[in-house]
Design a protein around this ligand. Structure first.
Ligand code: AMP
Ligand code: GLY
Length: 427
């Protein structure tokens, strides 16, 4: 069976790596992929946002299933495009249609959805440029800091958390005035929630669901969770404070109402849902939904899944997920992201990467790499995700940091404290 994975980062390398372990005979194609995926399948020079080019790849390579990695093709309707084309009727898509991807693509839609289905989330209102005065009145009812969220996709940069009222109002004006382009033409203002964050993930066929391993990622560039936000500098799974009792609240209060709510609203959702959660004194609240797996969360979730990922995806495609079993390893998986000097601001590319061939204790997922003159080089801000499994978090961390020390490229940077806040809480 021929499968196409769309995307080019560490998440897509991890998905490809996991599918490559299937007991089924799968031919894996990745568009556009990276040098890591090239060792597991065939990279195709196709932009996932160029739907016509995706279509011809599906036909040329006789693809039966497409797994969509990133959010933008989903928000732009890649699933609708494929499913509504009679010539592609034999192609299954793992990833929601545009109306399901709205859970991630519109913060206002996501908040409204949660309100309609009684799913715990921060109190909020949505404003557009004509309503600055009303927004100011609403903000006065909230306790600082103020949380401002651009409604649309803003590559992880659309959320501002500001302590000072006047500064928050100024930022709100700038957002509504076009700072984030169309994504900010509406802004969600919400109550700040104090707690500790983690993420839960499901795979759903629209009827039943499987809860995948949970994860905690480390978003800030600096040790001790300081400095600028990044796409993610590392991740850990399982999360020690995600106890059975906490996860059963997540399932009862959040996962079940989300899956049922989608169905009740006529949204046929087949794919992954990523729940960004805040644990507030033992109670889970949804901070955000994503319509995909996370990156670098995938690099710790997928290595803990013992079952055949292809079976689960096939069950999803056939709306038959209920028959599948999901086995999860009790091991801890960690990943340490190696990034380029300057990231998350501007950085240079093209530095040769050495040492990945010496790594034996870990799996090295490629996030931003390329090949120049036959050599592996850096080609992104996040370059490599070094994942290890261990019976304890410390054992996994020791392996990953040992592997990181084998790898070198000019200007390489990484956080030395992944998991630091979980160390006293290991379960
Ligand atoms: P989002 O893109 O909605 O996940 O927001 C980005 C980050 O902002 C989250 O990962 C949280 O760290 C933080 N955040 C968002 N909403 C809230 C909130 N209501 N209270 C506290 N922190 C928040
Ligand atoms: N690591 C956060 C995300 O994938 O959105």
């Amino acid at each position: 069976m021929n499968i196409l994975i769309l995307g080019s980062g560490g998440r897509e390398h991890a998905i490809t790596w996991k599918l490559a372990q299937s007991s089924r005979k799968l031919n894996l194609f990745i568009a556009p992929g990276n040098p890591g995926t090239a060792s597991l399948g065939v990279n195709l020079p196709v932009d996932p946002l160029d739907f016509k080019a995706v279509r011809s790849a599906l036909l040329t390579y006789n693809i039966s299933m497409v797994v969509v990695g990133p959010e933008t093709p989903l928000a732009e309707g890649i699933a609708d495009f494929i499913e509504d084309d009679p010539a592609l009727s034999s192609v299954a898509v793992i990833g929601p249609r545009r109306n399901g991807a709205m859970l991630e693509g519109s913060k206002d839609f996501a908040k409204g959805f949660m309100k309609r289905h009684g799913i715990p989330t921060a109190a909020y209102e949505t404003f557009s440029s004509g309503n600055i005065d009303a927004a100011a009145r609403f903000m006065r009812t909230l306790h600082p800091p103020y949380v401002l969220k651009a409604d649309g996709l803003a590559a992880g940069k659309g959320v501002l958390i500001i302590n000072d009222f006047d500064e928050a109002l100024e930022e709100l004006r700038a957002m509504l005035g076009g700072r984030f382009g169309k994504a900010g033409s509406r802004v969600v203002i919400e109550q700040y929630l104090r707690g500790i964050e983690m993420s839960a993930f499901i795979l759903t066929d629209g009827i039943s669901y499987k809860i995948l391993p949970e994860a905690k990622d480390y978003k800030r560039i600096g040790e001790g969770d300081t400095g600028k936000n990044t796409g993610g500098m590392g991740a850990v799974s399982p999360v020690p404070f995600a106890t059975l009792s906490f996860m059963s609240k997540v399932e009862e209060r959040i996962i079940i109402p989300t899956v049922d709510g989608l169905r009740a609203e006529g949204i046929d959702y087949r794919g992954f849902i990523f729940f960004g959660l805040m644990n507030v004194d033992g109670d889970p609240y949804v901070i955000e939904y994503n319509a995909r797996l996370g990156d670098p969360e995938s690099e710790v979730i997928l290595p803990r899944i013992e079952s055949d990922l292809f079976d689960l995806l096939e069950g999803t495609a056939c709306r038959d997920l209920g028959r599948c079993s999901l086995e999860i390893s009790p091991d801890t998986a960690v990943t340490v992201m190696m990034v380029a000097r300057g990231y998350p601001d501007s950085y240079e590319k093209g530095f040769p990467i050495g040492g990945t061939d010496k790594v034996t204790a870990s799996t090295v997922f490629h996030a931003g790499t390329g090949i120049t003159d036959g050599r592996l080089v850096t080609s992104g801000g996040r370059v490599l995700a070094v994942t290890s499994r261990g019976a304890t978090m410390q054992e996994a961390l020791d392996k990953s940091y040992g592997s990181v020390s084998e790898i070198n490229f000019e200007g390489m940077n990484y956080r030395r404290d992944i998991g630091f806040d979980l160390k006293t809480k290991e379960r």
